[in-house]
Design a protein around this ligand. Structure first.
Ligand SMILES: Nc1nc2c(c(=O)[nH]1)N[C@H]1C(S)=C(S)[C@@H](COP(=O)(O)OP(=O)(O)OC[C@H]3O[C@@H](n4cnc5c(N)ncnc54)[C@H](O)[C@@H]3O)O[C@H]1N2
Ligand code: MOO
Length: 390
């Protein structure tokens, strides 16, 4: 058994950056930008009015009078220049005319024909200078693209983006007891439920996941499903990782040439995790117990996917909280306890009493994994602890 940190660094060492492809901006949400994108214009491209009102040569004090000589709207600038005593009717987003230094809010003037009288002194210019958001040439560096990033890049007039290709993840559930959702389970069977969590987690992290047929517990069946995984960028098996007579994953993967990075980790749940390189791509053998498989996905699969997509800091980001209850000493494995964190400013974390790695209901009630380091002594309520939000 190797420590979790060592296992993670060996998993990340399996990652190769995905190739780059170009996609239209409208299809780039959630994708990983691979190369800097560069603004092709200033924003705003001209000094723009921030308010509906009147452009004048300021400062406009209470009682000042101006003659309105024209109008500018968003998309319709005014070609002339504003001089002392003159005002231009102007609307939010319109280019500020030459000469004007202040936009007086329409609420702050009284208008009679083409004359306006300022009712209240204001020192706000209400003008957004040219380039006050960004300048031509400003870069957006590689990152995962949020909806906000897409708005920024669109404003920068960048229609195409160089992004990492999504890694294709092949998911192989193994075991004679498993049935596909929708089929009728026999008396000794359960639904292959883990695959759906793994698929959803991987897709939320930027991969494209494919559920392969369930592999029965024979070497030829497993080999046949491994063959179906060819072409994937990443292979994940679920189950069959332990020491039982029917746990064939390691044996079959090795006959297919898997170079093992490690097998077995000092963690709970997830001890029988296996990792390596199979037919040129990373492979993770997740344990079958539902919570073990899903916890291992958070700790190893998602960081691996992030590393393949170019994330420079792919490791899981942990947070700190105060223990809500006393906790017992840990054994020789780091324990990832299903827990509830509450309180935004001063988070308090409380693990569930039930920690069996088969309990999906407990996992679903949890919003965090309380990390109890291996070999740690008992801890009292009120002490600090680390957790991983899930
Ligand atoms: N003698 C020992 N027995 C076990 C050990 C051990 O060290 N010595 N380790 C235990 C630990 S820890 C785990 S975790 C499990 C993992 O075993 P496997 O990876 O071989 O998983 P399976 O035996 O195939 O299945 C375990 C459990 O999970 C259910 N399962 C499997 N796949 C799925 C799926 N896709 N969806 C939902 N549920 C699934 C399966 O039916 C079993 O109930 O081994 C312990 N045993
Ligand atoms: O991964 Mo195993 O559940 O440690 O139960």
């Amino acid at each position: 058994m190797i420590p979790v940190e060592e296992a993670l660094s060996r998993v990340l060492a399996l990652a190769r950056a995905m190739p780059v492809e170009t996609v239209p901006l409208a299809q780039a949400a959630g994708r990983w930008l691979a190369e800097p994108a560069v603004a092709r214009r200033d924003q705003p491209p001209f000094a723009a009015s921030a308010m509906d009102g009147y452009a004048v040569v300021g400062p406009a004090a209470q009682g000042a009078e101006f003659t309105v000589i024209g109008e500018a709207g968003a998309g319709h600038g005014y070609a002339g220049t504003i001089g002392a005593g003159q005002a231009l009717r102007i609307f939010t987003g319109a280019p500020v005319p030459a000469g004007a230094t202040q936009i007086v809010l329409q609420e702050d003037v009284a208008r009679a024909g083409d004359r306006i009288t300022v009712q209240a002194t204001s020192h706000n210019a209400n003008i957004r200078p040219q380039g006050s958001d960004f300048h031509i040439g400003q870069r957006v560096d590689p990152k995962r693209l949020s909806p906000n990033d897409l708005a920024l890049l669109a404003a920068m007039n960048v229609p195409q983006l160089a992004v990492r290709r999504r890694p294709v993840l092949a998911i192989i559930a193994t075991g004679d007891e498993l049935m596909m959702l929708g089929d009728t389970p026999g008396p000794d069977q359960i639904i292959a439920s883990n695959s759906f969590a793994i698929k959803a987690l991987a897709e939320a992290s930027g991969a494209e996941a494919r559920l392969l047929p369930i592999a029965r517990d024979t070497e030829p069946a497993l080999r046949a499903v491994f063959d179906l995984a060819q072409g994937a960028d990443l292979v994940v098996t679920i189950g069959g990782a332990s020491v039982g007579d029917h746990d064939l994953v390691a044996r079959v993967a090795e006959t297919l040439g898997m170079e093992r990075a490690f097998y077995k980790i000092a963690m709970r749940p997830g001890k029988p995790l296996m990792a390596g390189r199979l037919r040129g791509v990373p492979m993770l053998g997740l344990p079958g117990n539902p919570v073990s498989a899903i916890v291992c996905a958070h700790l190893f699969l998602l960081p691996l996917i992030r590393a393949m997509l170019g994330d420079p800091a792919p490791a899981p980001a942990t947070l700190r909280a105060t223990l809500g209850v006393d906790v017992a000493a840990t054994g020789p494995r780091t324990h990832y306890m299903r827990a509830q964190v509450s309180g935004a400013d001063h988070p308090v974390i409380t693990p569930f009493d039930q920690q069996d790695s088969a309990l999906l209901t407990v996992l679903c009630a949890a919003n965090a994994l309380l990390i109890r380091p291996l070999g740690d002594g008992p801890r009292r309520a009120g002490e600090a602890a680390e957790f991983l939000p899930i």
